[in-house]
Design a protein around this ligand. Structure first.
Ligand SMILES: NC(=O)c1ccc[n+]([C@@H]2O[C@H](COP(=O)([O-])OP(=O)(O)OC[C@H]3O[C@@H](n4cnc5c(N)ncnc54)[C@H](OP(=O)(O)O)[C@@H]3O)[C@@H](O)[C@H]2O)c1
Length: 306
C-alpha cells in the first residue's frame, strides 16, 4: 500500500466524522410557524442535517423556501399522502433518522359547545394523523437501526387548559403515544441481542408567536350560553395576549434543534422551551417525574446542551 492510501484508510477508521452522514430529518407542518423556523434553521447546517419539510396548503407562496429544501405534500386527513412522503424519502435517501411531528391546529371552546365535526377534525389533525405517520416512519427507521421521534405537543399536553378541551385531549394523546413507545422501543432486543436505537420524546412549547389562531376554530361568542361568557372572554384575552407576547418561533426551533444535536437528550422524555415552566408545572401539579419516570428537563434556547 502506498503512503497516501495508508493515510486515507487510517483517516477513515480513526475519524468517525469523516464517515458521518447528515441525518435525514422530516419536519411536518413546515410551511408556517414553528415548523418553518425549524426547517430553515436545520437547512443552515447541511453537514449535520438533510431536511425535508411538509406543507398542506400554504407552501406555494414561498418560492425561496422551496429552492432551499425539499417540501413534500402531507395532509393528516390523507393516509396516502403520509405513505407517499415517507416513501419519497426512503427512495431518495435510503433512510429516515428523525421525524418531527409538528403539524397541527387548534379548536378552542368549551366541549359542550363544540360541533362534532370540529372535535373529529381536531383529533384527526393533531392525534390520528401524527400516529399514522409514526406508524409509517418506524419500519424505515428500523431498517437502519436508528430513529428519533420528536412530538411537538404543548404545555396543554402537560395539564388541561380550560377552553382548550379538545386541543388538550390531542396533546395529552400524543404524549401518551410517545410515553408508550418509549417504554419498549429501545428495550426490545434485535436478533443479534443488541437493543434497537429508537426513541421518542416530546417538546412542550408555551405560547409561541405564530399565526396558529388564523387556522383555528373558535367558539362564537354570540352562540355561547351566558354561563360561559366570563370564562370564554377571559380565555380569549389570555390567548391573544399569550400569542402576542409568546416566544418567537425561532426560539422554539432552537430548542428542538438542541434536542436533535444532543444524543444525551434522549434519556429525557419531556422538554420545556422556557426556563420558568418546570417550576410552574411542579408547583401547580406537584409533578416530579414525567410519564416515563424520567425527569423533567428544561432546555432554554441558547443554553449549553446538558
Ligand atoms: N403557537 C403556539 O402558541 C403553540 C404552542 C404550543 C404548541 N404549538 C404546536 O406547535 C405546532 C405548530 O404550530 P404553529 O404555532 O407553528 O402553527 P401554524 O403556524 O398554524 O402552522 C401549522 C402547520 O401545520 C400544518 N397543518 C395544520 N393542520 C394540518 C393537517 N391536518 N395536516 C397536515 N398539516 C397540517 C400547516 O400546514 P398548511 O398551513 O400548509 O395547511 C402549517 O404548516 C402545532 O402542533 C401546535 O399545536 C403551538
Amino acid at each position: 500500500m502506498n503512503r497516501t492510501l495508508v493515510l486515507i484508510v487510517s483517516l477513515l477508521f480513526m475519524s468517525p466524522w469523516v464517515l458521518a452522514q447528515p441525518k435525514v430529518v422530516l419536519v411536518t407542518g413546515a410551511s408556517k410557524g414553528i415548523g418553518k423556523a425549524l426547517v430553515n434553521l436545520l437547512a443552515d447546517y447541511p453537514e449535520q442535517y438533510r431536511v425535508y419539510g411538509t406543507y398542506r396548503t400554504s407552501v406555494l407562496a414561498d418560492e425561496k423556501m422551496i429552492e432551499r429544501l425539499p417540501m413534500l405534500y402531507l395532509n393528516h386527513s390523507s393516509p396516502g399522502s403520509m405513505t407517499s412522503a415517507i416513501e419519497t424519502i426512503r427512495k431518495k435517501e435510503g433512510r429516515l433518522d428523525i421525524l418531527v411531528n409538528n403539524a397541527g391546529m387548534a379548536v378552542y371552546g368549551p366541549l359542550e359547545e363544540l360541533p362534532d365535526d370540529e372535535i373529529r377534525r381536531q383529533i384527526e389533525a393533531n392525534l390520528t394523523g401524527p400516529m399514522m405517520l409514526i406508524k409509517r416512519a418506524l419500519p424505515v427507521m428500523r431498517k437502519n437501526n436508528y430513529g428519533r421521534i420528536i412530538n411537538v405537543t404543548s404545555m396543554a399536553g402537560a395539564f388541561g387548559v380550560p377552553m382548550m378541551d379538545a386541543y388538550s385531549a390531542t396533546k395529552f394523546g400524543m404524549e401518551g403515544v410517545c410515553a408508550s413507545l418509549e417504554g419498549y422501543l429501545g428495550a426490545m432486543k434485535r436478533s443479534d441481542g443488541q437493543s434497537w436505537d429508537l426513541h421518542c420524546q416530546v417538546v412542550e412549547p408555551g405560547f409561541t408567536r405564530t399565526d396558529i389562531k388564523k387556522s383555528a376554530w373558535l367558539a362564537d361568542d354570540k352562540n355561547l350560553p351566558d354561563y360561559f361568557h366570563a370564562e370564554w372572554q377571559g380565555f380569549r384575552k389570555s390567548l391573544d395576549k399569550g400569542l402576542k407576547n409568546g416566544q418567537p418561533a425561532l426560539k422554539v426551533a432552537e430548542v428542538i434543534k438542541g434536542m436533535m444535536d444532543d444524543e444525551k437528550s434522549w434519556k429525557h422524555f419531556r422538554t420545556q422551551t422556557k426556563p420558568d415552566r418546570e417550576e410552574y408545572i411542579k408547583n401547580r401539579y406537584g409533578l416530579e417525574l414525567d410519564a416515563t419516570g424520567k425527569s423533567l428537563v428544561i432546555r432554554p434556547a441558547g443554553s449549553e446542551n446538558q
